[in-house]
Design a protein around this ligand. Structure first.
Ligand code: NAP
Length: 272
């Protein structure tokens, strides 16, 4: 199987690096294309058998092609590869806000298309990658793509109209969690002589441990809470405050992000 990557920026280089590091493909099976060729110099030094090129059409001849391009250039890039992307090529767009309808309007009829939203947690092979498919994608295509994506975490298939919320919950969430815990760290500081680095370390390890309790021991969020918050105890007081006040913040986060997502989708629609 040949894998093509078009756009060797943050996402393209991460996917390329992960697929090779986790040995799901060999360097000779990977073709990376980027507008600025020199951006791939170090990668080529590390993986001499990998093909690097500024010719997008070369990468588009692979079996699976990840198109890791920002929305503003996406149409131009897709129009450029449409004539050569083979009948059996699976085109994988990393952009959640460009609808299948738009992608299909510039690619050849019946092109198989997937949309994939990775998460930064792929760096530690612990991402949840959200994925959706157009109607031409076969079960075999899905298996092939998911076998690549599963090398850096788990995969969650969703309907196209759920990709927005799925992205908030998987791709944006590491950022939301970081923001949330930086607020906890900041609010703890006035009450303690502990150093900021020590506070951050305590929170980070506790976050990791709580995640493991849930994923490894199979506890739900409410079961974790039950285990910690004894009746009339200290955790119960703090948790009650979160239930009382944090709901408004969480609701506002989704109101704002989904509204922004809608506007981005509209803008992408207009650019096609
Ligand atoms: N970053 C994230 O966390 C994240 C998460 C999920 C999804 N996404 C989505 O993934 C997509 C890519 O994002 P990114 O963060 O990887 O962007 P990025 O870092 O800006 O990378 C884009 C790459 O595309 C290359 N490029 C631009 N026009 C090209 C062309 N005509 N032919 C070939 N290469 C071209 C650029 O090359 P140059 O070196 O010449 O500029 C650059 O290396 C976006 O749609 C984004 O919404 C990003």
């Amino acid at each position: 199987m040949k894998v093509g990557i078009i756009g060797f920026g943050s996402m393209g280089s991460m996917i390329a690096g992960k697929l090779l590091e986790n040995k799901v493909i060999k360097p000779s099976e990977l073709i990376c294309a980027n507008r600025t060729l020199s951006k791939m110099d170090n990668f080529k030094k590390a993986y001499a058998d990998c093909t690097v090129t500024s010719d997008n059409q070369l990468a588009a001849k692979a079996d699976i092609v990840f198109v890791c391009i920002r929305p503003a250039s996406l149409k131009e890039v897709l129009c450029g590869i449409a004539p050569v992307a083979g009948k059996n090529t699976l085109i994988v767009s990393l952009n959640g806000s460009v609808l299948f309808e738009q992608l299909e309007s510039v690619l050849a009829e019946k092109t198989r298309i997937a949309k994939v939203i990775p998460s930064v947690n792929a760096e530690v092979d612990y991402s949840v990658t959200s994925v959706c498919y157009n109607q031409h994608v076969s079960p075999k295509d899905k298996n092939r793509l998911e076998s690549l994506l599963k090398s850096f975490g788990s995969v969650s298939e969703v309907a196209e109209n759920e990709l927005g919320m799925a992205s908030e919950l998987t791709s944006c969430m590491p950022g939301f969690i970081a923001a949330l815990f930086s607020v906890f760290a900041e609010k703890a500081q006035p009450h303690t002589a502990l150093q900021p680095a020590q506070i951050e370390d305590m929170l980070a390890r506790t976050l990791e441990g709580t995640g493991r309790l849930i994923t490894q021991k199979g506890l739900s969020f409410s079961e974790v809470l039950e285990r910690v918050a004894t009746k009339g105890g200290i955790t119960e007081v703090g948790a009650a405050e979160i239930f009382e006040n944090f709901g408004k913040v969480a609701a506002a986060v989704f109101d704002k992000t989904l509204e922004k997502r809608k506007a981005t989708t509209q803008k992408a629609k207009e650019s096609f």
